[in-house]
Each structure stands twice: as C-alpha cells, then as structure tokens.
Design a protein around this ligand. Structure first.
Ligand code: NAD
Length: 260
C-alpha cells in the first residue's frame, strides 16, 4: 500500500504510463499525471481515477522536451499534492529510419524526451526526496536499453543512455533512502507499438494480427506482450521495503528477449 505517497508518472495519458498510474492509484498513491492528449479525455481520466481509488489525481501538461516546464511540473506536484516521493520517468517517443535517412530534428526530439527529460526530472525531484530520506526513481528504459535493433539509432542510444543515467543516479544516492532503477520492457501493446505493427502490415500487405505475431516472433521468445499493469506491479515492488537495496539495476521484463 502506498497511502500517503505522491508519484509523478510522466507520459501517463496513454499506454504504459497510464497503466502505471492506475496501479499506483489502486495502491492508494496520489498521482500527478503528465503527457499530451485531449483536454476532455484527460479530465475524464482524472475524475475516474479519483472516483475509483479515492486518491488525489492532478495533471500537468509539461512538454518533456522543455527543461523549464519539467522543473515547473515537479514544483507543481509539491504545491498541489504536498510531496514528491516516487518519480516514474516514462514519457517516450520513437522514430524508425536508417542512420543515413534519420532526420536531424527527430534525433534531437527522441534524445530530448527519452533521455534528457528523465535527467531534468530527476534533478528537480531529488531535493524533495532527500528531505524525506526516502524516494523511488524508476526510469522506463527498454530491451533497447540493453541490446540494439537496426533503424532505431536515436531510441536505442537514448535508452542505453537512460540505463547509464540510472546507474549514476543510484551511485550518487546510495545510502540516502532513495533508489533508482530502470525497467527494460520488451514489446508492450500500446499506441507507440501499434503504429509500428500497422506500418509493418501495410508495407508487407499482411493482416495486422500476422504483423503482430511477426513482431513478437522476431524478438520476444514468450510470444506474449508485456502488459502496462505488470510494469506497474514491478514499480509497486520497487516501492516496498523488500526493494530497499535494489538500486542501479536494469530490470528486464521482456519474455526472454535479452536472454538470447
Ligand atoms: P505511448 O505513445 O502510448 O505513450 C507515450 C506517453 O508519453 C503519452 O502519454 C504521451 O503524451 C507522452 N509524451 C510523448 N511526448 C511527450 C512530451 N514531449 N511531453 C510530455 N509527454 C509526452 O507509448 P508507450 O508505449 O506507453 O511508451 C511509454 C514508455 O515505455 C516510453 O518511454 C517507451 O520508450 C517505453 N517502452 C515502450 C515499449 C512498448 O513496447 N510499448 C517497450 C519498451 C519501452
């Protein structure tokens, strides 16, 4: 149970972040939602989580590509919810192209959201956690933080960087009561991945279900998707006292992907 704790989950208007926010709320944690999306959809989401779990749910629309907005989001969390105990750096974007064809602006955007944003959020959150001598920083990296695939230069570089950032964070905070870990999921069926599946189906003129199975078969031995809820439950474990000494780890949740 995380009653009385406050979590920021970046990129929680969709996919994995939304699943994480829901699991944390179900454990009675107050949550600052973040991410883009339709205003009405976000207001409805806030209201539903509040109603269902009787926790406080705030929302901040900070652009993760903007360091000032990230720092302001962390200040807003402290102001609106009273604390910053758990930081989940989850917001992320993808662009698929060969290095020769990779647009410079896409490289910059992927690095900004997937790597620089977790650095800025961590920097802003640490002083609040230090005051309480307790904190949890969880970076949602990827199997692509540990191994590469072609045509994903920016994403793979950013996620490998995020695993490195996690280790430095863990070392600098060791013994302080604050831990930092990375979770490295394999395929999770979210809008980010659905886009890649749809593109594959279109390019190869195959059914979407067939493209889905192809994607899984290439990388994920279990041939089953990881779910956002499973990732949320891993974070709940990381918040438990049983995980007090788990820090600086890159935890794979990938159906065996990187075991190969
Ligand atoms: P998604 O596209 O469903 O959700 C991404 C979230 O990030 C959304 O809420 C979006 O609004 C937000 N976001 C994007 N750019 C932003 C910005 N500039 N500022 C603020 N918010 C922004 O994606 P997802 O699949 O849920 O991915 C979430 C995280 O998990 C990403 O870091 C991704 O790299 C990682 N991941 C995903 C998979 C997968 O298979 N889906 C696997 C491994 C890791």
């Amino acid at each position: 149970m995380l009653k009385g704790k406050v979590a920021i989950v970046t990129g929680s208007t969709s996919g994995i972040g939304l699943g994480i926010a829901e699991v944390l709320a179900s454990q009675l944690c107050d949550v600052m939602l973040s991410g883009f999306g339709d205003e009405k959809m976000i207001a409805a989401l806030q209201a539903r989580l509040h109603r269902q779990y009787k926790v406080r749910i705030s929302y901040n629309g900070a652009d993760m590509a903007n360091p000032d907005e990230i720092h302001a989001m962390v200040r807003a969390t402290r102001r609106e919810l009273g604390s910053v105990d758990i930081l989940v750096n989850n917001a992320g974007i993808q662009h698929v192209a060969s290095i020769e064809e990779f647009p410079r602006a896409k490289w910059e955007a992927v690095l900004a959201v997937n790597l620089s944003a977790p650095f800025h959020a961590t920097q802003a959150a640490i002083p609040h956690m230090r005051k309480k001598k307790w904190g949890r920083i969880v970076n949602i990296a990827s199997a692509h933080g540990l191994v590469a695939s072609k045509n994903k230069a920016a994403y793979v570089s950013a996620k490998h960087g995020l695993v490195g950032l996690t280790k430095v964070t863990a070392l600098e905070l060791a013994g302080s009561g604050i831990t930092a870990n990375a979770i490295c999921p394999g395929w999770v069926l979210t809008p980010l991945i659905q886009k890649q599946i749809d593109e594959r189906a279109r390019d190869q003129r195959i059914k979407v279900k067939e493209a889905e199975l192809q994607l899984l078969s290439e990388k994920q031995p279990s041939q089953q998707f990881v779910t956002p809820e499973q990732i949320g439950k891993m974070i709940v474990f990381l918040c438990d006292s049983g995980a007090d000494q788990v820090t600086g780890a890159a935890l794979s949740m990938d159906g065996g992907w990187v075991a190969q």
